[in-house]
Design a protein around this ligand. Structure first.
Ligand code: NAD
Length: 749
């Protein structure tokens, strides 16, 4: 046995300790399934064993299924389709993927497959799960299959079924057990949101039966068995009543139609896994548990074969993890451990960067023009963190410890011993030049200089620094504390050490990096500006704002383009339009868009969300509302008849294609050099429809031939901005895909 240890104590209670060698966290693999199965058989067969406790030998309990195992299953499936046909391949996935569900059901039946009748005489052994730490996905499903769950009082523990976030759903009994443990509306919410609960919340929701101090955990679990704990799940006991009543009851009728409406509003039916959750809960609650589990397995196998699940697992798990573990880090540079980071500019971004840096345990020197401005940056943080404390999301002591790490000052001398200095001052070349000169005078000989500029070329800023090889771009997204992506920008002369330190820093602050070459707008902004522009162009065509916003969300974007423009500020939008016009030429900007922004910003003072007036009106305490005056500023208004004749599918495509085609251009131009970064960056950086797996996966999912044909159709109808780049045309000719042609070689982390 490699992954588990079995100890049997003098009372005849077995303790199964799960502790996988060479892994920081336990995960479910085929080997784990077979070893745990063998242990369950052994315990069931041994008359001397009274019951079993399952716990983990690590800090956490289990991180869930090893997704590379699922990826492997998909690969075999693809091969089997070719060899034996679709039906045989589907049967393979069904049989393989239900093994875990069957094992868990065996545990729930006391260790054997006996029928309910047989269990009256021979009930089997009770199993208790002793949750010493975090349990996710299949790990939590194991706990749910045990007869009793005790959690250690560990503030770091999170319990959840987050499969939905990678296009799957809990397929090892999770949907059926959860739906039998709580009201269906709560169950659906828990499953569809993939929430991660702290121990006390999990206890309140009855997902764990008891919470005890860590030191007492295993003993408390054993005591439950000794006290006569029975090996029956509530739903295996005669007379079991569903917490929410039957599906075809008054209560059921109140729940399911409403839940269906909420599901549609939240997902626009883009996520097959979310639809499957609705379906299996609805169907499963009308069946006995064994049949319900079989139905769940059928749906799970079907979802596992969906292109959406494959794309989401690849981007949001495999590639994301590769990037976080340093896929792009120059291996020859020894690891750096930053103790102190300097941040110059204590404004909106600088304060956010200070917060995430201090949260990683790194000391921060926060500099602004004068002491007052620097103090203001820290005071703003104090206020926002105190709000979190008030809401119970953070402890007062945690806030104080974090703020203690930040020293606000106007003295550049304090930067001398910083290993990394990040500048986040105004987006103004002159201001940046002054600041670079001041930092240059004090920076240590080995420290790295990073700029958080969003538009100025890194190479040109680096030229002002004495050693451009130590200069790099680290582009954060706002709000810094929430957005997971950071875009690292290499100037022409940026050296390996600068890149390595930047990536070590990003790893320390627990964000996901992508590394791109210097170019106007880098990667993320190039794509996202196209998205915003498409919304503007639709306005110019006379399409109602509400329809633009809704179709964008139907396409899978988290917010509409006009809403996004409000968030990022309309005056900034106008600045970018003017800068583009000056740098690239008048043909690069749409005159209608420029005129509209000029009127809104300069005549009407509508700056966006920040002053409560943009495409929407933001009134305190009320949901935002589209600004009724907008239509009067537009050149054209479609008639009702014309609106009804609009092709909604095409509007949706325009939003995604304009971003994907730009992503393909950035790849052709070697701005992005690794396809994983284009995909991960698009979902984490600007919320590109996650079910597609990202900008380039969207092209692959459609097929390059079909994508190029669509681009050409849109280009003929709406303009050259949709014209496919040469690379795509060539790929379409040979029916090539990004992941077949450019998949990066795996590198050990
Ligand atoms: P901001 O106006 O909120 O903050 C800028 C700060 O720099 C202010 O506190 C200001 O007092 C300070 N400052 C100005 N001149 C200075 C000087 N000479 N010495 C020291 N401090 C000085 O702006 P922001 O939104 O935080 O943007 C900062 C940088 O981050 C810009 O380069 C911007 O392009 C970039 N950025 C912004 C966003 C965003 O969404 N706001 C996103 C990514 C990157």
């Amino acid at each position: 046995m490699i992954n588990f240890k079995l100890d049997i104590d003098a009372d005849g209670i077995a303790l199964i300790t799960w502790d996988m060698p060479d892994r920081s966290m336990n995960v479910i693999t085929m080997a784990v399934i077979s070893e745990l199965g063998a242990l369950v058989d052994q315990i069931a067969a041994d008359e001397a064993i009274k019951g079993a406790v399952i716990t983990s030998g690590k800090d956490s309990f289990c991180g869930g299924a090893d997704l590379t195992m699922l990826e492997g299953m998909s690969a075999v499936y693809a091969d089997k389709i070719k060899a034996a046909g679709e039906e045989a391949a589907a049967a393979y996935v069904f049989e393989e993927s239900r093994k875990l569900s069957q094992l868990y059901r065996r545990i729930e039946k006391g260790g054997s497959d006996r029928s309910a009748k047989e269990r009256e005489a021979k009930p089997g052994k009770p199993f208790v799960c002793a949750l010493n730490g975090t349990a996710m996905g299949g790990g939590l499903e194991l706990a749910l299959a045990c007869h009793h769950r005790i959690a250690a009082d560990n503030p770091k523990t999170r319990l959840g079924l987050p499969e939905i976030k990678i296009g799957l759903f809990p397929g090892a009994g999770g949907t059926q057990r959860i739906a039998r443990m709580m009201q269906p509306a709560d169950a659906l919410q828990f499953l569809l949101k993939g929430e991660q609960l702290k121990v006390d919340r999990a206890k309140a929701m009855k997902l764990v039966d008891n919470v005890v101090p860590q030191a007492d955990l295993v003993q408390a679990a054993k005591d439950w068995i000794k006290a006569g704990g029975k090996p029956f799940a509530p739903w295996d006991v005669k007379g079991f009543k569903y917490p929410g009543g039957l599906v075809y009851s008054k209560a059921g009728m109140m729940t399911f139609p409403a839940a269906n409406a909420i599901y549609r509003r939240e997902t626009y039916d883009n996520y097959p896994a979310a639809r499957a959750i609705m379906q299996v809960v609805y169907e499963g609650l009308q069946l006995n548990i064994d049949t319900a589990l079989r139905v769940e397995s059928r749906w799970f196998a079907r979802i596992l074969r969906s292109p959406q699940a494959a794309a989401m697992i690849r981007t949001l798990f495999v590639s994301k993890q590769d990037l976080e573990k340093g896929a792009r880090r120059p291996a020859a540079v020894p690891p750096s451990h930053l103790k102190k980071v300097g941040i110059v500019g204590a404004g909106f971004m600088g304060a956010g960067i200070a917060q995430v840096t201090a949260a990683a345990g790194i000391d921060v020197v926060l500099i602004d023009r004068d002491q007052e401005a620097a103090d203001k940056g820290k005071a703003g943080l104090h206020k926002s963190l105190s709000d979190r404390v008030m809401k119970g999301r953070m402890k007062g002591a945690e806030r104080d410890a974090l703020l203690d790490k930040i020293t606000p000052t106007a003295d550049y001398g304090a930067l001398r011993d910083c290993g990394l200095i990040v500048e986040a001052v105004f987006e103004d070349r002159k201001v940046k030049s002054d600041v670079i000169a001041k930092i240059q005078a004090v920076i240590s000989d080995t420290a790295i200089f990073a700029s958080n500029t969003s538009t100025l070329p890194i190479t040109s800023l680096a030229a002002e620094f004495k050693e451009p090889e130590r200069f790099i771009g680290i582009h954060f997204f706002s709000p810094v504390a929430i957005m997971m992506l950071t875009e690292v920008i290499l100037g022409k002369e940026t050296g390996d050490k600068a890149l390595a330190v930047a990536l070590d820093y990003i790893r320390a602050i627990r964000k996901t990096p992508i590394v791109v070459n210097d170019s106007r707008g880098f990667y993320a902004n190039r794509c996202v500006l196209n998205y915003i522009r498409e919304g503007h162009l639709m306005l110019q065509e006379g399409i109602p704002a509400a329809m633009i916003e809704n179709t964008a969300r139907m396409a899978g974007m988290p917010v509409g383009p006009l809403s996004l423009n409000d968030e990022t500020a309309l005056d900034l939008g106008l600045k970018i339009v003017r800068a583009t016009e000056a740098d690239v030429g008048p043909e690069a900007v749409d005159p209608g868009m420029k005129k509209l922004l000029e009127e809104m910003v300069e005549k009407l003072g509508r700056f966006g969300r920040k002053n409560g007036k943009g495409f929407y009106d933001y009134l305190p305490g009320q949901p935002k509302k589209l600004w009724p005056g907008l239509a009067d500023l537009l050149p054209k208004k479609l008639t009702r008849h014309e609106i009804e004749a609009l092709d909604v599918e095409e509007l949706k495509q325009r939003f995604l294609v304009t971003q994907s085609v730009e992503a393909a251009r950035t790849f052709e131009e070697h701005v992005v050099t690794d396809i994983r970064e284009a995909d991960v960056g698009s979902i984490l950086g600007f919320g590109f429809a996650p079910f597609t797996g990202g900008t380039l996966s969207y092209i692959d999912m459609m097929g390059t031939k079909a994508f190029v044909a669509l681009c050409q159709k849109l280009a003929a109808k709406y303009g050259e901005r949709f014209a496919p780049p040469k690379l795509l045309i060539e790929m379409a000719r040979t029916d090539d895909s990004f992941y077949a042609r450019f998949a990066p070689a795996k590198k050990a982390a």
